[in-house]
Design a protein around this ligand. Structure first.
Ligand code: OOB
Length: 574
């Protein structure tokens, strides 16, 4: 650890911004924050119904009592290798039962998991580990052709604070197996009395990022558990709920809206889906009698297609949630008749605010809006470019604050000055319109972020990777409309000297160790960029230009395009 940094991040310090004390007191007084931790929650549920199934994975089924026992055993194992309360741990696990076990082991110990996605590679993981001074990485090599254990080693070699790599499956040399830790000394009871407490950090979520690498999002037990409890109630979860985890388990949507944690909170059963492809998922819905699941719009479309030719029985489904990116109203309209269950739109963000359409909403509201805030204590403002409220029903930028929306990113003092207003509202970067009922419709985006079917891409981050290539003089990454994904990434590049091929450039970006969804879908070379009046690259103009080319394929190949940014090479394969 760096000298001078306390081992435990103090919530409320400059590194971990939090709510002003008077507001925190109010959230406690109103019963939003209860002081309960996720560790307490699991204890309570395991005591209430020990034999009920908590988590189902590809080859194991854990009851609440078993999950609780495993969380304690693994917490003890982590302590045994020197991971302590307050230490940060990068967790990169697939959708398997072990994800839930590791998460609750961290909660029990008070270690802070950073929930990396399986798609993340060295570039992202190194940033998470270095920025948080993580002491360990927990990963899995049980069922994958890609070596996650090898990746974890690469990150450990690059980040001095990372001492331990723990692997579910076969560890490499100098790594630990999760089994070894499970069999170590159980956590001494003493630990329970010395925290973690409700006000402590529970986990670090990841932001989609706008200015480059993802920011880390500090969520406390108090605030996250409140959002989970409120979500479970809105989604009408109960002990009979069976939630299928289709999206990557660590993402805020499947984790907490109501998702994995909401299902545990209601005493239901979490079923891990190893792959989102409809063949696997629809099969599990049938065999596991799934009642609820959450999807991003491209998956909803793929499932709708697959369902029409499938004999799978999905009659157990009660609720299909769709969120993470804008759901097209025409697609939304097809969901209820095809699946025979209610649709729920979910418009949320890892920073906090989550909006849901409600079971009692009229069908048109469910189809045409992205829901309304989950909590009566959520404050929502729709403002113009001067932060002035727009007239009711007009569109504007969405600002929010409330009992589960962060007041600042982790260790990001500078960025926080602009990402939040001086009175603590988070600038979501989303453009919305609010109906008198409170329902929000997402009409656009003010932030520089590409939403590739729910996966968020920060143009600046990808541009940075492209610029590292010796033959790239300048690069600009924009999102262009796409029927399947909503948006795709398009890199426009000015070459230096000999022009590389798009394929070689994509390979270059991939080999720099970035998540595959960030590798540009298409790369085009131009002699120079269109610029704004002040000489800045005009992304808007680029986007318009590219969108026009894509909708009119023949225009893209017509050589006689007069603008200076006419593509000189185009490439559309991946
Ligand atoms: C969810 O969280 P993040 O942090 O990956 O992304 C948040 C951003 C939002 O600011 C918005 O730009 C976009 O994703 N978004 C939507 C949307 N849901 C999220 N845009 C339009 N329509 C929607 N329904 O994506 C997330 C977190 C919790 C629950 C659901 C989604």
């Amino acid at each position: 650890m760096t000298v001078g940094r306390p081992r435990i991040d103090v919530v409320g310090s400059a590194d971990v911004p939090t709510w002003p004390e008077a507001i925190a007191a109010e959230y406690r007084a109103r019963g939003y924050w209860t002081g309960q931790t996720f560790s307490d929650l699991l204890r309570e549920r395991a005591a209430a119904h020990p034999d009920r199934e908590a988590v189902v994975g590809a080859d194991e089924r854990l009851t609440y009592a078993e999950l609780d026992r495993r969380a304690s055993a693994l917490a003890g194992g982590l302590a045994w290798i020197g991971v302590h309360r307050g230490d940060r741990v990068v967790v990169q696990l697939p959708n398997e039962a072990v994800f839930v076990e590791v998460l609750f082991a961290c909660f029990r110990l008070g270690a802070i998991p950073i929930l990396a996605l399986p798609a993340h590679r060295a570039s992202e993981l190194t940033h998470f580990a270095a920025h948080s001074e993580a002491v360990a990485i927990i990963t899995s090599d049980a069922r994958s052709r890609f070596s996650f254990a090898g990746l974890a080693d690469e990150v450990r070699a690059a980040v001095p604070s990372v001492r331990e790599v723990v692997v579910a499956g076969e560890p490499l040399e100098d790594q630990r197996s999760l089994d070894e830790l499970r069999g170590a000394t159980p956590l001494p009871e003493l630990a329970a009395k010395s925290g973690p407490f409700g006000r402590d950090l529970a986990l670090l979520q990841l932001s989609g990022g706008t200015t480059g690498a993802s920011k880390l999002i500090p969520r406390t037990h108090d605030d996250y558990l409140y959002s989970v409890r409120a979500s479970a109630q809105i989604c009408e979860q109960d002990g009979d709920s069976r939630y299928l985890v289709v999206l990557p388990a660590g993402h805020n949507f499947p984790l907490s809206s109501a998702g994995i944690l909401g299902t545990i909170e209601s005493g239901g059963t979490v079923v891990m889906c190893p792959s989102p492809d409809p063949a696997t998922a629809l099969g599990l819905i049938e065999t596991e009698r799934i009642t609820v699941t959450g999807l991003v719009p491209p998956l909803a479309i793929a499932w709708l297609e697959a369902l029409s030719g499938s004999s799978r029985d999905v009659s157990s489904l009660r609720l299909l949630q769709v969120g993470g990116a804008k759901l097209d109203a025409e697609v939304a309209r097809r969901v209820e008749p095809a699946f025979g269950c209610r649709l729920q739109q979910v418009f949320g963000m890892a920073e906090g605010l989550v909006n849901y359409t409600r079971p009692e909403d009229p069908l048109e509201t469910v189809i045409a809006t992205q829901g309304r805030p989950m909590s009566p204590a959520d404050e929502v403002r729709v403002v113009d470019e001067h932060d002035r409220d727009v007239a009711p029903g007009e569109s504007g930028a969405l600002l929010t604050r409330g009992p589960y929306t962060i007041r600042g990113y982790y260790r990001a003092t500078e960025h926080n000055r602009t990402a939040f207003t001086s009175d603590g509202f988070y600038r979501t970067g989303d453009l919305v319109r609010q109906a008198p009922s409170g329902h929000l419709e997402v009409v656009g985006r003010a932030k520089e972020q590409i939403n590739r079917g729910g996966e968020k891409v920060a143009p600046a981050e990808v541009e940075g990777h492209l610029l590292a290539h010796p033959s790239v003089l300048d690069a600009c990454v924009v999102g262009v409309p796409d029927a399947a994904l909503g948006e795709r990434t398009y890199a426009v590049v000015v070459a230096r000297g000999e022009q590389p091929t798009p394929a070689s450039l994509r390979k270059f970006v991939r080999e720099r160790g970035v998540a595959a969804f960030k590798v540009p879908d298409r790369i085009t070379f131009v002699p120079e960029f269109p610029t704004t009046g002040v000489g800045k690259v005009s992304r808007r103009e680029l986007r318009t230009l590219l969108a026009a080319q894509l909708t009119d394929a023949s225009a893209a190949s017509a050589a006689a395009t007069p603008v200076s940014s006419a593509p000189t090479t185009d490439d559309s394969g991946r």
